[in-house]
Design a protein around this ligand. Structure first.
Ligand code: ADP
Length: 557
C-alpha cells in the first residue's frame, strides 16, 4: 500500500507539474503571439498612412527595421521590400495574407520554416490605390524555444522530480502511519480516518462473529472431549497414513500407552487382527473384528472417513467384551448343565417306568420303583424350581415388589420351616439378634437365607449347631449363617457360588442339593447390592456372611 500510494502520488504530482508548466508556456506563447500581431497591425497602420500620403517615395532611403516591410502593387508585383532586392522577388499575389488583403482589405498568415524552428508572421493591408503593404516578423517557434532551453528545462524537471519524490514519500508515510497504528483488536476505538469507520465497524462485527464461532468451537471441543473421555470404549481417529489424530484415555489404557500419544497407530498394537482392521477401514470398507490382549477380549469396529469419495482416515472404536464373552460362556455352560441335570433324573424315571411297563416286576419292587420315580420327580421339581428362581434373578425381567422386611422375623419363619429337618439329625438352630428392618424383596431374601440355613443343616454333622446371627451396625446389617458342619476344602471355596458347582456331587445329591443354592444366594445379594463372604474350615464348619451396606437398595423401587 505504501508503495502504491507513493507511486500514485509521484505520478500525480509530476503530471500536475508538467501539465502546469506546459499550460503556462502555452498561454505565454499565445499572449506573445497576440502582442506580435498587434504590433504588426500598428506598424502596418502607421506605414500605410505614410505611404498613402507620400506614395512609394516614402521608402526612399528607408532603413531596414526589425520587421520586414513589403509593398506590392494590385497585381501582386513587389514594388518595395526592406529585406530583399525587388527584382529577385516573384509575384506575391498568391501569398495568403496578400490575397486576403486584396479581397478583404486586411490579411494575415503564419508560415513556418522547413526546420519548423522559425515562423514568419505576416500582416497585410490594402491601400487606397489597391496596392498592398505588408509587415512581417520572424520569430522562433515553441519547438525552437524548447530546444534552446532544453538544459534549463531538464534541470528544472530534475529538481521538480526530486521534490516530487521527497514530498510523495512524506505524504505516503503520513497516510499510512495511522493505518499501521490501527488497533485491530478493538477496531471501534480507532479515530484515524473517518472514512475508515464503516470498515472498522465491519471489522468489529466480524471480530465478534469470530469470537462467537471460536467460543462455539471450543464448547463443541469440550463437549466432544467430555463425551469421548467418559466413554469406557477406546476411541481413535486416524488419518489416511494411520497416524493418530484424536484418542481418548480409554484407548491409551487399553494399549498401555502413556499420553501424549502420537505417531502411527500400528505402533500402539502389533496384533494381526488390529492391523487387518485398520487396513480394511483405510481401504474404504467398514471393518469389525475381535482381538485378545492380556487375557481380555476386545471387539473392534473401524469405519472409514470419506471426503469427496476419497478415504481421508478412519474412526476406530474398541470395546472390552470380556464380560460379555464370559457371560456367553456361562450361558452356554448353564444350558449344557441344565440339560445334563434334567437328563439324569429323567433317565432314572424312564428306566424304572420301562421295567414296570414290562410287567415282570414283583409288587414289592413296584412300590420301591414308584418311590424312586417319586423321588426323582421331586428332584426334578426342585431343580426346575431352582432354575426358575435363578432365571428370574438373572433375567431381571420380573418386577419384584420391595418392602420393609424384618430379617429377624424372616429368619425365625425360615427356621420354623427347617426345624423338622434339623431335628432329624439332632441339629440345634440358634437365632441371635433382634428386630432388624431393611428394604428389600421378601421373596428373594427368603430364598437366600433358606438356602444358607438349608446348607448349614444339610452339610452339618449329627448333633451339630447352626447359628443365625443378625448384626445391626452403623454401616449396615450383616447376617451370618454359621454351622459346625463338614466345611468346604480351600480349593473349592472360590467356586461354590458357581451354578451347579458341588464339592461332592453324590453327597449333594444324597442330601437333595441341586447345586444352585449358593448361586441363588449370590444373585439375590447382587440384586440387593449386598456382599457375600464365605469362610470355611474343612471338618470344622462354614460361615457365610451377607452384608447389606447402607446404600443397599432394591432396583425398581
Ligand atoms: P447344593 O444344592 O448342592 O447344596 P449349593 O449351591 O447350595 O448347592 O452349594 C454348592 C456346594 O457347596 C454344595 O454342593 C456343597 O458341596 C458346598 N456347600 C454349600 N454350603 C455348605 C456348607 N454350609 N457346608 C459345607 N459345604 C457346603
Amino acid at each position: 500500500m505504501h508503495k502504491k500510494i507513493f507511486q500514485s502520488s509521484c505520478l500525480t504530482s509530476f503530471l500536475v507539474l508538467v501539465t502546469t508548466i506546459a499550460l503556462i508556456m502555452g498561454a505565454l506563447f499565445h499572449f506573445f503571439e497576440e502582442q506580435i500581431q498587434k504590433e504588426l497591425e500598428n506598424e502596418a497602420g502607421y506605414l500605410s498612412q505614410a505611404v498613402e500620403k507620400t506614395g512609394i517615395h516614402f521608402f526612399d532611403g528607408f532603413e531596414k527595421q526589425a520587421n520586414r516591410v513589403t509593398l506590392v502593387d494590385a497585381d501582386g508585383k513587389v514594388l518595395f521590400d526592406s529585406d530583399a532586392e525587388v527584382e529577385k522577388l516573384d509575384n506575391h499575389a498568391d501569398r495568403e495574407e496578400i490575397n486576403a488583403a486584396m479581397k478583404n482589405g486586411t490579411g494575415k498568415s503564419i508560415r513556418y520554416s522547413q526546420t519548423l524552428m522559425e515562423k514568419t508572421v505576416n500582416y497585410a493591408v490594402r491601400l487606397s490605390d489597391g496596392s498592398i503593404l505588408r509587415v512581417s516578423t520572424t520569430q522562433y517557434t515553441v519547438a525552437a524555444v524548447l530546444l534552446g532551453m532544453l538544459q534549463p528545462i531538464l534541470v528544472v524537471l530534475a529538481i521538480v522530480l526530486a521534490l516530487t519524490l521527497a514530498l510523495s514519500l512524506r505524504v505516503s508515510k503520513a497516510i499510512i502511519e495511522p493505518i499501521n497504528g490501527l488497533d485491530l483488536e478493538f477496531p471501534e476505538n480507532n479515530t484515524a480516518y473517518e472514512e475508515l469507520t464503516p470498515l472498522l465497524r465491519k471489522l468489529a462485527e466480524q471480530n465478534e462473529i469470530i469470537e462467537e464461532q471460536l467460543a462455539d468451537a471450543h464448547k463443541k471441543q469440550v463437549e466432544f472431549h467430555l463425551i469421548t473421555e467418559n466413554m469406557s470404549e477406546g476411541f481413535l481417529v486416524i488419518d489416511k497414513d494411520a497416524n493418530v489424530l484424536t484418542y481418548n484415555s480409554s484407548a491409551l489404557e487399553l494399549f498401555g500407552i502413556t499420553p501424549p500419544a502420537n505417531g502411527n497407530v500400528l505402533a500402539f498394537c502389533r496384533a494381526r487382527d488390529f492391523r487387518d482392521t485398520v487396513s480394511k477401514a483405510l481401504a474404504g470398507d467398514k471393518a469389525e473384528n475381535t482381538m485378545m490382549r492380556e487375557e481380555r477380549c476386545y471387539s473392534m469396529i473401524a469405519n472409514p472417513v470419506f471426503e469427496k469419495e476419497e478415504v481421508i482416515g478412519a474412526v476406530i472404536i474398541i470395546l472390552d467384551i470380556t464380560e460379555r464373552e464370559n457371560r456367553e460362556t456361562l450361558r452356554r455352560e448353564f444350558t449344557a448343565n441344565v440339560s445334563h441335570e434334567l437328563k439324569t433324573p429323567l433317565t432314572s424315571i424312564s428306566g424304572f417306568a420301562e421295567l414296570m411297563k414290562e410287567g415282570d416286576v414283583s409288587p414289592d419292587t413296584v412300590v420301591d420303583f414308584s418311590a424312586s420315580i417319586y423321588e426323582e420327580a421331586q428332584r426334578l421339581i426342585t431343580l426346575v424350581t431352582d432354575i426358575i428362581k435363578i432365571s428370574e434373578l438373572d433375567g431381571k425381567s420380573m418386577p419384584f415388589q420391595s418392602e420393609t422386611v424384618d430379617l429377624y422375623e424372616l429368619s425365625e419363619e425360615i427356621i420354623s420351616r427347617l426345624n423338622g429337618q434339623a431335628e432329624k439329625r439332632n441339629i440345634t438352630l440358634n437365632l441371635i439378634g433382634g428386630k432388624t428392618e431393611i428394604t428389600g424383596v421378601r421373596k428373594i431374601l427368603d430364598e437366600m437365607f433358606y438356602n444358607l440355613m438349608d446348607n448349614a443343616i444339610k452339610y452339618n454333622k449329627e448333633n451339630g449347631t447352626v447359628d443365625v446371627i443378625i448384626n445391626k451396625m452403623e454401616s449396615g446389617v450383616t447376617v451370618l449363617v454359621r454351622d459346625t458342619g463338614i466345611g468346604i476344602p480351600a480349593a473349592h471355596q472360590s467356586r461354590v457360588f458357581e451354578r451347579f458347582y458341588r464339592v461332592d456331587k453324590s453327597h449333594s445329591k444324597q442330601v437333595g442339593g441341586t447345586g444352585l443354592g449358593l448361586a441363588i444366594v449370590k444373585h439375590g445379594a447382587i440384586y440387593h447390592h449386598a456382599e457375600t463372604k464365605l469362610e470355611s474350615i474343612e471338618g470344622k464348619g462354614t460361615t457365610v456372611a451377607v452384608r447389606f451396606g447402607k446404600d443397599s437398595f432394591v432396583r425398581g423401587e
